[in-house]
Design a protein around this ligand. Structure first.
Ligand code: AMP
Length: 192
Protein backbone atom coordinates (compact mmCIF):
# COMPACT_ATOMS: atom_id res chain seq x y z
CA UNK A 1 0.00 0.00 0.00
CA UNK A 2 1.52 3.28 -1.16
CA UNK A 3 0.38 6.56 0.37
CA UNK A 4 1.77 9.32 -1.83
CA UNK A 5 1.48 13.02 -1.07
CA UNK A 6 1.70 14.94 -4.34
CA UNK A 7 2.79 18.37 -3.25
CA UNK A 8 3.32 21.73 -4.92
CA UNK A 9 1.91 25.22 -5.29
CA UNK A 10 -1.31 25.96 -7.20
CA UNK A 11 -0.58 25.53 -10.92
CA UNK A 12 2.37 23.18 -10.39
CA UNK A 13 0.75 20.39 -12.44
CA UNK A 14 -0.52 18.14 -9.64
CA UNK A 15 -3.80 17.40 -11.46
CA UNK A 16 -2.08 16.56 -14.77
CA UNK A 17 0.52 14.35 -13.12
CA UNK A 18 -2.10 12.66 -10.91
CA UNK A 19 -3.91 11.43 -14.03
CA UNK A 20 -0.70 9.88 -15.33
CA UNK A 21 0.12 8.28 -11.97
CA UNK A 22 -3.39 6.79 -11.79
CA UNK A 23 -3.07 5.38 -15.33
CA UNK A 24 0.27 3.74 -14.51
CA UNK A 25 -0.15 2.60 -10.89
CA UNK A 26 -3.94 2.38 -10.48
CA UNK A 27 -3.90 4.45 -7.31
CA UNK A 28 -7.01 6.12 -5.90
CA UNK A 29 -7.00 9.92 -6.30
CA UNK A 30 -7.94 11.95 -3.26
CA UNK A 31 -7.97 15.64 -4.24
CA UNK A 32 -9.45 17.86 -1.56
CA UNK A 33 -9.90 20.70 -4.11
CA UNK A 34 -11.91 18.36 -6.39
CA UNK A 35 -13.97 17.12 -3.44
CA UNK A 36 -14.81 20.68 -2.38
CA UNK A 37 -15.70 21.62 -5.97
CA UNK A 38 -18.03 18.60 -6.14
CA UNK A 39 -19.74 19.64 -2.90
CA UNK A 40 -20.02 23.17 -4.27
CA UNK A 41 -21.63 22.04 -7.53
CA UNK A 42 -24.06 19.83 -5.60
CA UNK A 43 -24.92 22.70 -3.24
CA UNK A 44 -24.25 20.68 -0.07
CA UNK A 45 -23.81 22.30 3.33
CA UNK A 46 -20.09 21.53 3.19
CA UNK A 47 -19.90 23.09 -0.28
CA UNK A 48 -21.55 26.29 0.94
CA UNK A 49 -19.17 26.46 3.89
CA UNK A 50 -16.09 25.90 1.70
CA UNK A 51 -17.19 28.36 -0.98
CA UNK A 52 -16.40 31.55 0.90
CA UNK A 53 -12.85 30.39 1.61
CA UNK A 54 -12.22 28.99 -1.87
CA UNK A 55 -13.47 32.07 -3.69
CA UNK A 56 -10.97 34.23 -1.85
CA UNK A 57 -8.11 31.79 -2.29
CA UNK A 58 -7.99 31.07 1.44
CA UNK A 59 -7.76 27.68 3.11
CA UNK A 60 -10.85 25.90 4.37
CA UNK A 61 -10.47 25.34 8.18
CA UNK A 62 -8.36 22.31 9.13
CA UNK A 63 -11.07 20.47 11.08
CA UNK A 64 -13.44 20.59 8.08
CA UNK A 65 -10.82 19.25 5.65
CA UNK A 66 -9.55 16.56 8.05
CA UNK A 67 -13.08 15.23 8.66
CA UNK A 68 -13.79 15.06 4.91
CA UNK A 69 -10.49 13.23 4.19
CA UNK A 70 -11.04 10.80 7.08
CA UNK A 71 -14.40 9.75 5.63
CA UNK A 72 -12.96 9.43 2.11
CA UNK A 73 -9.99 7.26 3.15
CA UNK A 74 -12.31 4.75 4.77
CA UNK A 75 -14.26 4.39 1.51
CA UNK A 76 -11.24 2.83 -0.24
CA UNK A 77 -9.75 0.27 2.16
CA UNK A 78 -8.49 -2.09 -0.56
CA UNK A 79 -6.71 0.41 -2.85
CA UNK A 80 -3.14 -0.45 -3.90
CA UNK A 81 -2.25 3.16 -3.29
CA UNK A 82 -3.65 6.62 -2.64
CA UNK A 83 -2.51 9.96 -4.08
CA UNK A 84 -3.17 12.81 -1.70
CA UNK A 85 -3.44 15.86 -3.96
CA UNK A 86 -3.82 19.29 -2.38
CA UNK A 87 -3.74 17.74 1.09
CA UNK A 88 -2.16 18.14 3.64
CA UNK A 89 -1.80 21.90 3.20
CA UNK A 90 -0.96 22.81 6.80
CA UNK A 91 1.18 21.13 9.47
CA UNK A 92 -1.90 20.30 11.63
CA UNK A 93 -3.41 18.56 8.58
CA UNK A 94 -0.18 16.57 8.11
CA UNK A 95 -0.17 15.57 11.79
CA UNK A 96 -3.83 14.52 11.57
CA UNK A 97 -3.13 12.47 8.43
CA UNK A 98 -0.19 10.70 10.10
CA UNK A 99 -2.41 9.85 13.09
CA UNK A 100 -5.26 8.67 10.88
CA UNK A 101 -2.99 6.40 8.82
CA UNK A 102 -1.27 5.09 11.96
CA UNK A 103 -4.68 4.11 13.35
CA UNK A 104 -5.09 1.99 10.20
CA UNK A 105 -1.59 0.48 10.48
CA UNK A 106 -0.33 2.63 7.61
CA UNK A 107 1.91 5.62 7.02
CA UNK A 108 2.86 8.12 4.34
CA UNK A 109 5.27 6.41 1.91
CA UNK A 110 6.66 9.65 0.55
CA UNK A 111 5.97 13.16 -0.63
CA UNK A 112 6.77 14.24 -4.19
CA UNK A 113 7.09 18.02 -4.38
CA UNK A 114 6.72 19.71 -7.78
CA UNK A 115 8.94 22.78 -7.80
CA UNK A 116 7.91 25.61 -10.16
CA UNK A 117 8.95 29.29 -10.07
CA UNK A 118 6.25 31.77 -9.03
CA UNK A 119 6.08 33.70 -12.33
CA UNK A 120 5.51 30.46 -14.26
CA UNK A 121 2.72 29.49 -11.81
CA UNK A 122 0.87 32.73 -12.42
CA UNK A 123 1.04 32.24 -16.20
CA UNK A 124 -0.26 28.66 -15.90
CA UNK A 125 -3.11 29.54 -13.50
CA UNK A 126 -4.29 32.45 -15.70
CA UNK A 127 -4.23 30.13 -18.72
CA UNK A 128 -6.19 27.44 -16.84
CA UNK A 129 -8.70 30.13 -15.80
CA UNK A 130 -9.60 30.69 -19.48
CA UNK A 131 -11.21 27.24 -19.59
CA UNK A 132 -11.59 25.94 -16.01
CA UNK A 133 -14.38 28.34 -15.05
CA UNK A 134 -12.80 28.44 -11.58
CA UNK A 135 -13.32 31.82 -9.92
CA UNK A 136 -10.07 31.34 -8.02
CA UNK A 137 -8.14 30.95 -11.32
CA UNK A 138 -9.35 34.20 -12.81
CA UNK A 139 -8.63 37.22 -10.66
CA UNK A 140 -5.11 38.48 -10.12
CA UNK A 141 -5.79 39.22 -6.45
CA UNK A 142 -7.10 35.69 -5.79
CA UNK A 143 -4.24 34.06 -7.65
CA UNK A 144 -1.72 36.11 -5.67
CA UNK A 145 -3.44 35.26 -2.40
CA UNK A 146 -3.33 31.52 -3.13
CA UNK A 147 0.40 31.71 -3.76
CA UNK A 148 0.88 33.77 -0.59
CA UNK A 149 -1.14 31.24 1.47
CA UNK A 150 0.96 28.45 -0.06
CA UNK A 151 4.22 30.19 0.88
CA UNK A 152 3.11 30.95 4.43
CA UNK A 153 1.01 27.95 5.46
CA UNK A 154 1.78 25.09 3.11
CA UNK A 155 5.56 25.14 2.59
CA UNK A 156 6.09 24.09 6.24
CA UNK A 157 4.41 20.78 5.29
CA UNK A 158 7.38 19.98 3.01
CA UNK A 159 9.71 20.55 5.98
CA UNK A 160 7.49 18.30 8.09
CA UNK A 161 8.02 15.38 5.68
CA UNK A 162 11.66 16.30 5.00
CA UNK A 163 12.27 15.82 8.73
CA UNK A 164 10.92 12.27 8.27
CA UNK A 165 13.22 11.80 5.23
CA UNK A 166 10.19 11.46 2.99
CA UNK A 167 10.49 14.57 0.80
CA UNK A 168 11.38 14.02 -2.87
CA UNK A 169 11.69 17.28 -4.85
CA UNK A 170 10.96 17.12 -8.59
CA UNK A 171 11.61 19.91 -11.09
CA UNK A 172 8.09 20.81 -12.30
CA UNK A 173 9.11 22.76 -15.41
CA UNK A 174 9.74 21.06 -18.76
CA UNK A 175 8.12 18.26 -20.73
CA UNK A 176 5.17 16.62 -18.94
CA UNK A 177 6.65 13.20 -19.73
CA UNK A 178 10.08 14.10 -18.29
CA UNK A 179 8.47 15.36 -15.09
CA UNK A 180 6.35 12.20 -14.92
CA UNK A 181 9.43 9.97 -15.27
CA UNK A 182 11.08 11.79 -12.36
CA UNK A 183 7.92 11.28 -10.27
CA UNK A 184 7.89 7.56 -11.15
CA UNK A 185 11.53 7.21 -10.06
CA UNK A 186 10.61 8.72 -6.70
CA UNK A 187 7.55 6.47 -6.27
CA UNK A 188 9.55 3.38 -7.24
CA UNK A 189 12.08 4.24 -4.53
CA UNK A 190 9.42 4.26 -1.78
CA UNK A 191 9.61 1.44 0.75
CA UNK A 192 6.66 -0.92 0.24
P1 AMP B 1 -6.98 23.13 -5.22
O1 AMP B 1 -7.88 22.62 -6.30
O2 AMP B 1 -6.22 22.05 -4.54
O3 AMP B 1 -6.13 24.28 -5.66
O4 AMP B 1 -7.96 23.72 -4.08
C1 AMP B 1 -8.86 24.79 -4.34
C2 AMP B 1 -9.27 25.44 -3.03
O5 AMP B 1 -9.92 24.49 -2.19
C3 AMP B 1 -8.12 25.98 -2.19
O6 AMP B 1 -7.70 27.28 -2.60
C4 AMP B 1 -8.76 25.99 -0.80
O7 AMP B 1 -9.67 27.06 -0.65
C5 AMP B 1 -9.58 24.70 -0.83
N1 AMP B 1 -8.76 23.55 -0.36
C6 AMP B 1 -8.39 22.46 -1.10
N2 AMP B 1 -7.65 21.62 -0.37
C7 AMP B 1 -7.53 22.19 0.87
C8 AMP B 1 -6.86 21.81 2.07
N3 AMP B 1 -6.16 20.67 2.14
N4 AMP B 1 -6.95 22.64 3.12
C9 AMP B 1 -7.66 23.78 3.07
N5 AMP B 1 -8.31 24.21 1.97
C10 AMP B 1 -8.25 23.42 0.88
Amino acid sequence: MINLVLFGPPGAGKGTQSEKIIAKYGFVHLSTGDLFRKHLSEGTELGLLAKKYMNEGNLVPDEVVIKMVGEKIKENPSASGVIFDGFPRTVPQAQALDALLASMGQSISGMVGLEVPEEELKIRIRKRGETSGRADDQEEEKINNRIKVYNEETIPVANFYAAQKKYHPVQGVGEIETIFNAICSAIDSFPN
